[in-house]
Design a protein around this ligand. Structure first.
Ligand SMILES: Cc1cc2nc3c(=O)[nH]c(=O)nc-3n(C[C@H](O)[C@H](O)[C@H](O)COP(=O)(O)OP(=O)(O)OC[C@H]3O[C@@H](n4cnc5c(N)ncnc54)[C@H](O)[C@@H]3O)c2cc1C
Length: 284
């Protein structure tokens, strides 16, 4: 299929791009989600603003206790970054699970979070990391937590004329273990269920547990009941099983041709147990 006719701009500065977006244009990043939607005529923007030529929008920088990742940083750059692999391995591991090599070479972190596909991988990790997302419009900039950013299926806290400028994740020091475990839809690679776990121990007790879930329902979320049930425990195999069973508690699970709601809930529990065991085992 061929998309409807559209105007195309490739500004070199963020200010220029934001000016065009304020007039109603639509941002284009890797095009991995937007272009197929345009070809299917599910989306018919009249004017695309390509963010790919803006120099200072693709970066991975450490600053104190956090790492800033620019919006047009590709999944491949996240996956292969020595800084992220060393200091925020959950995000690098999650990026390595996205689609295939072509998708990871073109797709961007800003495009993925802005698109907010309920089966996308990053949102689970960003929930577990308690990441922050910086949104920039022509006149102002604001920072939103991942918990508040993902509102519903394909719906975020982004307002008209705003772009995702960067994603901020914490530096995870020693004593933290993380893992992303996913059941994928074989044709696309998207998550039928994806579980991101981040745990920290003090002595032999779990002092902090964060569990991000994607694919299970209308949006990625934190399984807070399961997190609370693990904190203060040693993380024994029996405790892991009990905690994992809480991950889907009270969730209105998706049902589609790939997996029924009951099956998704079952997978969430099994893969949460796997992710918890791996993350606890990785605590250095
Ligand atoms: C075959 C295939 C397999 C895939 N498998 C997976 C998978 O396993 N897991 C997974 O998570 N994803 C998967 N994806 C999606 C992929 O990760 C895309 O890269 C991502 O969804 C969109 O990123 P993009 O940079 O391509 O954005 P685009 O397609 O360019 O844009 C997507 C949307 O975000 C908007 N947008 C883009 N950048 C910004 C910004 N900075 N600020 C505000 N809005 C913006 C656009 O206007 C558009 O609405 C797959 C895609 C394909 C084609």
């Amino acid at each position: 299929m061929i998309p409807q006719q559209f105007e195309y701009s490739a500004p070199k500065t963020l200010d220029e791009a934001l000016g065009l977006l304020a007039e109603g244009a639509r941002p284009l990043a890797g095009g991995m989600s937007l272009i197929p939607m345009m070809k299917l005529r599910l989306s018919n923007p009249e004017h695309l603003v390509d963010l790919g030529r803006i120099k200072d929008l693709s970066y991975i920088r450490e600053q104190g206790t956090v790492i800033h990742i620019g919006a047009t940083t590709t999944h491949h750059d996240v996956e292969s970054s020595p800084l992220l692999r060393g200091k925020c391995p959950l995000l690098a591991e999650t990026a390595s699970h996205i689609g295939d090599v072509q998708v990871r070479n073109m797709g961007t972190i800003g495009g993925s979070v802005a698109h907010a596909d309920p089966a996308a991988d990053y949102p689970a990790a960003l929930q577990a990391l308690e990441a922050k997302i910086v949104l920039k419009g022509a006149k102002s900039e604001r920072t939103v937590s991942a918990a508040d950013f993902f509102v519903d299926t394909f719906t975020t806290a982004l307002e008209s004329g705003e772009i995702v400028r960067e994603v901020i994740v914490p530096v995870d020091g020693s004593g933290t273990g993380t893992s992303y475990q996913k059941v994928l839809q074989p044709a696309s690679g998207f998550a039928i269920v994806g579980i991101a776990v981040r745990v920290r121990k003090q002595g032999d007790k779990v002092a902090m547990a964060r569990i991000g879930v994607t694919g299970l329902s209308n949006r990625a979320f934190r399984a807070t009941a399961a997190e609370k049930a693990l904190e203060g425990r040693s993380g024994s195999p029996a405790e892991i099983q009990a905690v994992a069973a809480l991950v889907g508690q009270g969730v209105d699970a998706n049902s589609d041709l790939h997996a029924s709601a009951d099956y998704r809930l079952h997978l969430a529990s099994v893969y949460a147990a796997k992710a918890l065991a791996v993350a606890l085992g990785r605590i250095a």
